[in-house]
Design a protein around this ligand. Structure first.
Ligand SMILES: [Mg+2]
Length: 305
């Protein structure tokens, strides 16, 4: 069994490596992707890679925003929406926690929210709340909250929802973030079935919250057999991560995530963080760990956790 420190490090590096591994394969349907054994930081010769000009091993918006969240939590000692919103704005405008300060990918809903923050909207009201504002943009960065959090399950759920609202205000996105954080916490506690345990806790916490219960039971449908298509929809992203967790080792999990196609970096980030948490840092292949760019941005943060 990995130690707690190995799990935490595995989760952070696991989400960053998954994101970086998925970047060149983004936007492709699954049938256009190379076979699993050829999914590496460098795609095979002749593959039409997404984000041309971005060097192999570079994390995207997912990784940078997760590090913004972690830096904010460590600096404030609590979840502070305004501080987090300002750091997110610094990422968008100056490339804070982006490798080489270069931002090459930003979601539509996130960009809208960050422009609202720049114009003075309070961070907790900045995230659009429409049905079509349920991309995976708040889910992809939330894992550091679960790693850092010392409070009760209810407090973790509350903070997971608040962090979503900074860019993704719809309740469905908030509930997905809450379930993902509880899932991570149950893995850290070595629960025998972490997903089932997380769902059961969330049901209790939402006992008197009809709207959140409806999202959980009718949109997320956590008791359904795992299935997912690797799309950018927050519910599909969470389900895809759960699906590919059955693929085996860390390496098999992130490759299975990318093999779903479409939003490959985010699916591999969301699944890779969980797989790294489950298996620990030593389970992440050395060839990926040594080629991950921007490690100098991460090391200090991990040490403080
Ligand atoms: Mg991305």
């Amino acid at each position: 069994m990995p130690t707690r420190q190995e799990r935490i490090e595995g989760a952070i590096i696991g989400l960053l490596v998954g994101d970086a591994l998925g970047v060149p394969y983004e936007f492709h349907p699954p049938e256009e992707l190379p076979p699993l054994e050829q999914i590496e930081f460098d795609p095979p010769v002749g593959f039409h890679r997404a984000h041309q000009g971005v060097p192999p091993g570079t994390w995207s918006d997912d990784g940078a925003q997760a590090l913004c969240l972690l830096a904010s939590l460590l600096a404030c000692g609590q979840f502070d929406a305004e501080d987090f919103g300002q750091r997110m704005l610094r990422w968008y405008e100056e490339g804070y926690y982006a490798v080489g300060n270069i931002v090459f990918d930003v979601g539509i809903t996130t960009a809208k929210a960050l422009r609202a923050i720049r114009a003075g909207t309070p961070a907790l009201q900045a995230g659009p709340t429409g049905d079509y504002d349920n991309g995976n943009g708040s889910l992809m960065r939330v894992l550091p909250l679960a790693l850092w959090h010392q409070g009760s399950d209810a407090e973790l759920v509350r903070d997971a929802q608040l962090q979503s609202r900074v860019t993704h205000g719809h309740l469905r996105s908030q509930v997905c973030c809450a379930l993902y954080c509880l899932w991570a916490r149950r893995i850290m506690e070595e629960a025998s079935d972490p997903w089932i345990a997380a769902v059961s806790t969330l049901r209790e916490i939402y006992t008197h919250d009809e709207a959140a219960t409806t999202e959980l039971e009718w949109s997320i449908r956590p008791d359904d057999e795992p299935h997912g298509t690797g799309s950018g929809y927050v519910v599909d992203c969470l389900r895809s991560a759960r699906l590919v967790m059955n693929a085996g080792s860390y390496e098999q999990v992130v490759k299975a995530a990318i093999a779903l196609g479409h939003d490959t970096d985010t699916t591999a980030c969301v699944a890779g963080g969980i797989a790294g948490l489950r298996d620990g840092i030593e389970a992440i292949p050395q060839r990926w760990r040594t080629r991950l760019r921007g490690m100098e941005l991460v090391e200090g943060l991990i040490q403080q956790l």
